[in-house]
Design a protein around this ligand. Structure first.
Ligand code: ADP
Ligand code: MG
Length: 148
């Protein structure tokens, strides 16, 4: 578990862009934390690092949006997913692109065992604590040498 203290928005964006650069085929990133923690903000930077040129916004009302980058990006926000809904997210979670899931704790039962689990805590107006838990060899490797 890595704990990274972000003192401002620019640091969060830099971290996210760097992880987007390092993203690999089949990667899954889960984002948990309260409303306003910075899950979507992180995803925007991550998408940029992945080479997505379109503007990424919150997919809350659509559950998932697909973007084109160096690899396809599947951006999910499962906050409004009703229990029992089966909209085929598993296909994307095990797909060839990169999946980023906001509120992943709500679909814990379908998450692949290996992933980068990120929890964001609001520590101030502009500061955030990022807890990175890389699960699996590939994820441990891509988290090496990350700085705020
Ligand atoms: P969530 O998707 O978790 O609900 P958002 O990313 O939509 O959260 O909102 C986070 C808000 O906090 C944005 O308005 C963003 O500009 C602001 N913010 C301020 N400082 C930071 C920071 N260091 N990291 C991330 N977001 C920050
Ligand atoms: Mg969001």
């Amino acid at each position: 578990m890595m704990k990274l203290e972000m003192t401002n928005l620019e640091q969060t964006t830099a971290l996210a862009v760097e992880l987007g650069h390092r993203a690999f085929k089949g990667m899954v990133v889960t984002l948990d934390g309260d409303l306003g923690a910075g899950k979507t903000t992180f995803t925007q930077g991550f998408a940029k690092g992945l080479g997505v040129t379109r503007n990424v916004n919150s997919p809350t009302f659509t559950i998932m949006k697909v973007y084109t980058g160096r690899l396809p990006l599947y951006h999910m926000d499962v906050y409004r997913l009703e229990g029992g809904d089966d909209i085929g997210l598993e296909e994307y979670l095990n797909g060839d692109g990169v999946a980023v899931v906001e509120w992943s704790e709500l679909i814990a039962d379908v998450l692949p065992p290996e992933r980068l689990a990120i929890t964001i805590e609001r520590t101030g107006d502009d500061s955030r604590r990022f807890l990175l838990e890389p699960i699996g060899e590939q994820y441990i490797k891509i988290c090496e040498g990350l700085y705020p």
